[in-house]
Structures are given as C-alpha cells and as structure tokens.
Design a binder for this molecule. Structure first.
Ligand SMILES: NC(=O)c1ccc[n+]([C@@H]2O[C@H](COP(=O)([O-])OP(=O)(O)OC[C@H]3O[C@@H](n4cnc5c(N)ncnc54)[C@H](O)[C@@H]3O)[C@@H](O)[C@H]2O)c1
Length: 252
C-alpha cells in the first residue's frame, strides 16, 4: 500500500442507521451518565435517529438525575414495567457485572422476551454460565446482543485494525500493548483487563491461548497484570495493564 492509500483509511467508525430507534436504558448510574447519555445526546445533535425514550433504575436519585439532567421523558424503578409500557426497540443495559449480576441476567432475558435488541456493558457477566444464558436468550428471541467493548472504537485501535484489514502492514506476527491507568480503583482486574483481552483477540485473531500473572500491593490500588498470548499461526502478543506508574497515559 502507498502512504496516500494508508492515509485514506478511516480512523473513526461510520454509522448509517436507516430507521429510527427507540432506546431505553436499564441502569442509569456512573457510566450511563458519564458516557452513554452524552454520546446519545451528541448522536442526536448530528442527526442520528436514536431517541432515548425511557430509563429504569432502582435508585430514586439516579432516576431523578436521568429525568432532570438528561431529559429522559419516562423513568421507572422496575425495568419490567418499563419494557411492558414503553416497548423500546433496543435496550442499553449498564448494570454492574458483579454488584448487579442477577439483575443483569434477568434484564437480558426479559428484554429479549420483549423482542428488544440489547447492548450490554462489559464485562458481559460474572460467570461463563451467565454469558451462555444471555446468548441463548438472545438467540431464542432472534434479537441482537452486543457487548460494549468500546476500546475497539478508540481511534488508535480502530486505525490499527483497519490497517491490518487493509493489508497495510502484512500479517502481524507480534503485538505489544500497554495500558497505564490511574490507581483510583482497587484491583479491578476482571473489570478492566477485559478490554485488553478483547483487544488481543480483535487485533490479532480469535483463538489465542493466554497466560497471565498479576502482582498487587497490599492496598490493592496498585497492581500490574502481564499477559502472554500465543496464536495458532505462531504469532505472539504481550500486554501489560498497570496502575503503578506515576503518569497515567492510557493505552499505547
Ligand atoms: N466500557 C467502559 O469503558 C466502562 C467504564 C466504566 C464502567 N463500565 C462498566 O459499566 C458497568 C456499570 O458500572 P457503573 O460504574 O456505571 O455502575 P453503577 O453502580 O454506577 O451503575 C449501575 C446502576 O444500576 C442501577 N441498578 C442496580 N440494580 C438495578 C436493577 N435491578 N434495575 C435497575 N437498575 C438497577 C444502580 O442503582 C446504578 O444506578 C460495570 O459493569 C462497569 O464495568 C464500563
């Protein structure tokens, strides 16, 4: 590929929605209000046909913020009642994978029964069995189930994937991936490293065997996980996720 051809490769995803989507959220806590609702708002501003019609949260304060700050017209304490009354096309489930594990599975199963397509926050679930149950519910209902592995759409990784797909760098045989994040969270390894695991698969291929090792300080806020992934074609990848460096540089 020439440099000009490489520069023409898009660094950002492009969407084209051919119909209007009525969307409802289940859970309007931290990530919903800091990332999802701002993104839907921006989408509306650039003309994407997505309308946030309702939200459900067991917490009254969160419901109130959803209504007052984000202008969501209908808020519910019970997601079942919301699904019954609002009949959205798609639900965005942002319940916490660990704290709300049972409710998250029930929300997926119920939304599928109502024929809603489903976007799930990562990590998909707390156990393999719950993941399988979610996939089965979606298959049975014939709805789409997507997990929000949003690191894929960070411009760096999106561009890297496009370059690989376009053959710009040949077939990759090695990948080095590193993330330095601030030590605000105590050992959120399962929660955070799922992004890294996803990127290892997405950029290099589907079936690596992965070895991982972790070290952490007593306060659990400082930790480091190293990964070694081997792929069937002989390629390798190494990744380090850490909160131990003084400057958080994000992903590199
Ligand atoms: N993709 C990312 O980069 C990213 C970033 C941050 C968080 N997350 C993920 O998002 C998920 C949520 O994290 P959070 O920090 O927003 O959690 P949170 O606890 O702030 O929000 C969850 C909300 O769900 C509500 N809830 C609990 N049970 C409910 C039920 N039965 N029905 C309706 N609502 C219910 C809670 O009241 C809360 O408001 C986690 O799995 C986390 O890993 C992803």
């Amino acid at each position: 590929m020439t440099a000009d051809e490489i520069l023409k490769i898009s660094r950002v995803p492009r969407f084209s929605l051919r119909r209007r989507w009525r969307l409802a959220l289940i859970g309007v806590g931290g990530i919903a209000q800091s990332a999802h609702l701002p993104a839907y708002r921006k989408g509306q501003q650039i003309g994407l046909p997505i309308e946030v019609v309702a939200a459900a949260d067991v917490d009254e304060g969160q419901r109130e913020r959803a209504r007052r700050l984000w202008g969501i017209p209908a808020v519910y304490a019970d997601f079942r009642e919301m699904l019954e009354r609002e009949r959205p096309d798609v639900v965005d489930i942002t319940l916490h994978w660990e704290r709300h594990a049972d409710a998250k599975l029930a929300a997926v199963q119920t939304a599928a029964e109502y024929g809603c397509h489903i976007l799930l926050q990562k990590p998909m679930a707390a156990t393999w069995e719950q993941c399988v149950a979610m996939v089965e519910a979606a298959k049975k209902a014939g709805v789409l189930l997507a997990v929000n592995q949003n690191a894929r759409f960070a411009p760096t990784f999106f561009a890297a994937r496009r370059l690989v797909e376009a053959g710009a760098i040949g077939k990759p045989f090695a990948l080095l991936l590193r993330s330095d994040f601030p030590n605000r969270y105590p050992a959120m390894v399962h929660d955070f490293c799922v992004h890294t695991m996803d990127l290892l698969r997405w950029l290099m291929g589907e079936t690596p065997t992965i070895e991982a090792a972790m070290a952490q300080r007593d306060d659990r806020f400082r930790w480091c996980v190293t990964f070694l992934a081997r792929y069937p074609n002989g390629a390798v990848a190494t990744a380090i996720d850490t909160t131990c460096t003084p400057f958080a540089t994000g992903w590199r």
